[in-house]
Design a protein around this ligand. Structure first.
Ligand SMILES: O=P(O)(O)OC[C@H]1O[C@](O)(CO)[C@@H](O)[C@@H]1O
Length: 243
């Protein structure tokens, strides 16, 4: 695993942006795997600057997002569809028809999981997947205990994940209890993976990712089997790793 330690979140976001922009400049029809949550917000801000000020061109780029809450409409401000438009897609020259996110309102969610997994194979797999990490080590919404063999599937969210994400909702009660997420096997299909972690609350997960044996109770540890992973962590998130 390549490890980049940054002094703070700003520098982390600039590094992640630099890697993504290099991918897009080197291969203009790249497929990017994208994440939501707090971690990538700074990266997306930098990407918007890059498109508007440095002419990085997304015209032929496609994106596949990791996950979506079940039960939220695409236009719901808490949905990941809305999040991606608000924080990235509406501000860069990507074609909306080239952006893919699971449909959490599908009538038949099992069929939607199969459709999305097929899409990953047809459109992708991503040349570069951007990941955050949950405090409990989740990637996408793959909670501890998820098999490393999973494809796109429905997951019951852990109470701790709902609590961590409640900051984006009016109340904890409004946080959905389930999500549809790329599986761990789906994520590992990507050519390259960049995982970002900022802040002290991620320090235990990062220490475990770097030091413990791969274990399904620590979903991010599946990344240890991937040939091209870059971890970008700020000093606060890296502080507990033995070094
Ligand atoms: O970046 P945050 O908000 O700390 O969340 C960590 C991870 O959990 C999720 O919210 C769940 O998918 C991801 O979007 C994110 O990568």
């Amino acid at each position: 695993m390549n490890i980049i330690i940054t002094k703070d979140y700003q520098e982390l976001s600039e590094k992640a942006c630099g890697i993504i922009e290099k991918q897009v400049n080197d291969k203009p029809d790249s497929v990017l795997g994208l994440a939501t949550g707090g971690s990538p917000l700074g990266t997306y801000k930098q990407l918007i600057n890059g498109c508007q000020e440095r002419s990085v061109n997304y015209e032929n780029v496609s994106t596949l997002n990791l996950d979506e809450y079940i039960g939220l409409d695409k236009n719901d401000p808490q949905s990941y569809h809305f999040f991606m438009k608000k924080h990235l897609f509406d501000h860069i020259n990507i074609r909306s028809e080239n952006t893919y996110i699971p449909n959490g309102k599908a009538v038949n969610l099992d069929v939607e999981c199969e459709r999305y997994e097929q899409l990953i194979d047809d459109i992708g797999p991503p040349d570069l997947q951007l990941l955050g990490i949950g405090q409990n080590g989740h990637i996408g919404f793959n909670e501890p205990g998820t098999s490393f063999q999973t494809k796109t599937h429905i997951i019951d969210l852990e109470e701790s994940t709902r609590q961590a994400n409640a900051r984006f909702f009016d109340s904890l009660d409004m946080v959905p209890k389930q999500a549809i997420t790329m599986g761990i096997q789906s994520i590992l299909k990507s050519e390259k993976i960049v995982i970002i972690a900022s802040g002290e609350r991620k320090a235990d997960a990062i220490r475990s990712l770097l030091e413990d044996e791969p274990d399904e109770n620590m979903p991010a540890s599946a990344l240890r089997a991937h040939k091209h992973v870059t971890l970008i962590a700020d000093e606060a998130a890296y502080q507990k790793a033995g070094h």
